[in-house]
Design a protein around this ligand. Structure first.
Ligand SMILES: C[S@@+](CC[C@H](N)C(=O)[O-])C[C@H]1O[C@@H](n2cnc3c(N)ncnc32)[C@H](O)[C@@H]1O
Length: 306
């Protein structure tokens, strides 16, 4: 972890460590994050999560971290940095991830990917597995946010796949680093923004609509298990089961190249032979991994484990 890069200037105080010994450097008391503080805090966040804040995101990080400083009754960025570098509580790390992650998502975000899942990938996986005892297809939404992606997959299985192949079991897992969005996913309650891309047939059949709020029915919620997982935590990644399909959409964009490479390699290791990986519409594994074959599906592309 980075050394303490405290800016000495403006108004300063001398921090006291846990043993009440004065530290050798002074810290800055200010609402403005210095470049040194920015460098240190982005390094701490990067080492914890793989999320990399580029220089242009300094003001975004400043405003998000300011809220954590206020909540912790601290006085400065340096106080908070010091706390993070020593032994932050689990609760504070969770609050930090809630503060810094971007959780934008909605149902049927890239419809072409879900069409390909329904028309090509599921039939192919089913024909591979159908002669096995207890055939099961495992799907992972690797940065599931509030659950829309994982539930989109559940809706397709319920509506289109299960009626044709009732003897196949499906397990869908959604994971995210942000506990608040995991709680929201488990609740399955959505606003207009989240459902705007859902074909009407799904909306009518699988949601209870009340006063502009969309409540996902239990039969869909039961199909997905959500849990906290940091994609940058290799030990946690190694503990995962093997998946036949992985969606890792719109999260690699927050990582730099080495952290993308690490995360994609760890994902590769939990994919079954010939499993498929979907990433975001505008994302690519170019320069990140050569371990996958790029597969052209009708109107969509996926990566397949070779
Ligand atoms: C923009 S959302 C994408 C949601 C969904 N996959 C989609 O494409 O619609 C990105 C999600 O990645 C999560 N995330 C960011 N860094 C992560 C990490 N290191 N491990 C797990 N999840 C992470 C964020 O909390 C956020 O919910």
């Amino acid at each position: 972890m980075a050394g303490n890069l405290f800016n000495i200037g403006r108004k300063t105080i001398t921090p006291i460590d846990n043993a009440n010994k004065p530290l050798s450097k002074s810290i800055n008391v200010s609402n403005e994050m210095t470049n040194e503080e920015f460098d240190t805090i982005r390094k701490v966040i990067y080492e914890l999560s793989g999320i990399y804040f580029t220089d242009s995101k300094k003001y975004l990080l400043e405003s998000r971290i300011s809220k954590r400083i206020t909540s912790n009754n601290m006085k400065s960025f340096s106080d908070y940095i010091l706390y993070l570098q020593r032994s932050p509580s689990r609760a504070e790390l969770d609050a930090l991830y809630e503060a810094i992650t971007i959780n934008e998502t909605f149902f049927f975000r890239v419809p072409q990917q879900f069409d390909a899942l329904e028309s090509v990938i599921f039939p192919e996986l089913i024909s591979l597995k159908k002669t096995m005892p207890n055939p099961t297809i495992r799907i992972w939404s690797a940065a599931s946010s509030s659950g829309e992606e994982a539930y989109t997959i559940a809706l397709i299985i319920l509506e289109k796949i299960k009626p044709l192949y009732p003897y196949i079991s499906f397990q869908i897992i959604g994971t995210d680093i942000n506990n608040a969005v995991i709680d929201a996913a488990r609740k399955g309650v959505y606003k207009e923004y989240a459902i705007r891309n859902i074909p009407e047939q799904y909306l009518k059949k699988y949601f209870v609509i009340d006063n502009g709020v969309y409540y996902l029915k239990d039969e869909v919620k039961r199909m997905v298990r959500f849990s906290n997982l940091n994609l940058y935590d290799t030990n946690a990644m190694r503990a995962l089961p093997q998946f036949d399909v992985v969606f890792c959409s719109n999260v690699l964009i927050y990582f730099d190249i080495p952290s993308k490479q690490k995360v994609v390699s760890d994902i590769y290791n939990v994919m079954t032979k010939s499993a498929y990986l979907f990433i975001g519409y505008s994302e690519s594994l170019h320069g990140i991994s050569k371990a996958f074959k790029l597969v052209h599906l009708p109107k969509a592309m996926a990566y397949q484990k070779e």
